[in-house]
Design a binder for this molecule. Structure first.
Ligand code: NAD
Length: 275
């Protein structure tokens, strides 16, 4: 399939390289010219095991190209992924300006039916906002899909190539069929492709990250109790995690949670829950 991926950050670059590896023709777009120049020399802006080899191989096979020219990429692609940042805004909400700006640019460049896929982490209702923007800008037919990404930094290629599940929020059969076909090679080992409405798909990502952040925070509270009572949190963690209903991951106490997603996603979830 012919794909365009807008935004070549952690998510866009890994997704673009992995889609190319499975035989798709991928045009990766970024507005950052220096990043695009780097990628055209197969130099990676981030370190992820296996990523550089994937990019080199697929560039050599001419399945993966990098550009700043969004309109050309959109015209050539059947499926367009939006994978730009959604940083925390001043009030805690996810800042959607990059996502909505890209949606507008995509709509203006359209030359026929396109599937516009939101891969960025966005609050519930964003697919609908994208739909409205695109409808205003073009008369061409289109579908909007929500396809949240669950990769972990440090194991991004592995996670993308062998996901635990693929979430597809789609509300028409044409888009569902294309997206299911696109992801089929990634789920050969039996991981499910879960098709649902866009709102549910959008909420999945926040629910998963908030639950993981909760587990870390909860274990930190238990670690504080252990200090008070002279208990060994490591023993407690192992005992709790060996319960099959609970499982052992994300139960390690430490300084708290951080990274590029947990803090901003928890705050965004709180903000739209309050609203
Ligand atoms: N980093 C992760 O581990 C991770 C995991 C899952 C989901 N996510 C989500 O995926 C989204 C992207 O995250 P990321 O870490 O890849 O972001 P990032 O900041 O690393 O990359 C975003 C890229 O988009 C480009 N960009 C911004 N506006 C653009 C425009 N108008 N046209 C073209 N390019 C544009 C930027 O130059 C940048 O290279 C976020 O919503 C994030 O929450 C991130």
């Amino acid at each position: 399939m012919k794909l365009a991926v807008i935004g070549t950050g952690y998510v866009g670059l890994v997704a673009g390289a992995c889609f190319a590896e499975n035989g798709n023709d991928v045009i990766c777009v970024d507005k950052d010219e220096s990043k695009v120049r780097m990628l055209r020399r197969s130099k990676m802006p981030i370190y992820e095991p296996g990523l550089e080899e994937l990019v080199r191989r697929n560039r050599a096979e001419r399945r993966l190209v990098f550009t700043t020219a969004l309109p050309t990429a959109v015209r050539q692609a059947a499926i367009i992924f939006i994978a730009v940042g959604t940083p925390q805004g001043e009030d805690g909400a996810a800042d959607l300006q990059h996502v909505l700006d890209v949606a507008r640019q995509v709509a203006r460049a359209m030359n026929g039916y396109k599937v516009i896929v939101d891969k960025s982490t966005v609050p519930v209702g964003t697919a609908e906002k994208i739909r409205e923007i695109v409808r205003r800008e073009t008369t061409h037919p289109f579908s909007v899909v929500s396809n949240p990404e669950f990769l972990k930094q440090g194991a991004a290629v592995e996670d993308f190539m062998k996901p635990d599940r693929v979430i597809i929020g789609a509300e028409d059969p044409r888009a569902t069929e294309l997206m299911t076909a696109l992801y089929a090679p990634f789920t050969r080992t039996g991981a499910p492709i879960m098709v649902m409405d866009c709102a549910s798909a959008e909420l999945c990502k926040y629910a998963a990250n908030a639950l993981l952040a909760c587990r870390i925070s909860f274990m930190n509270e238990i670690a504080n109790l252990c200090e008070v009572f002279g208990a060994d949190v490591d023993q407690v963690r192992r005992a709790v995690g060996s319960d099959r209903r609970i499982g052992p991951s994300f139960l390690f106490p430490g300084v708290g949670y951080g990274g590029s997603c947990f803090p901003k996603d928890v705050k965004a979830l709180l903000k739209f829950s309050r609203e």
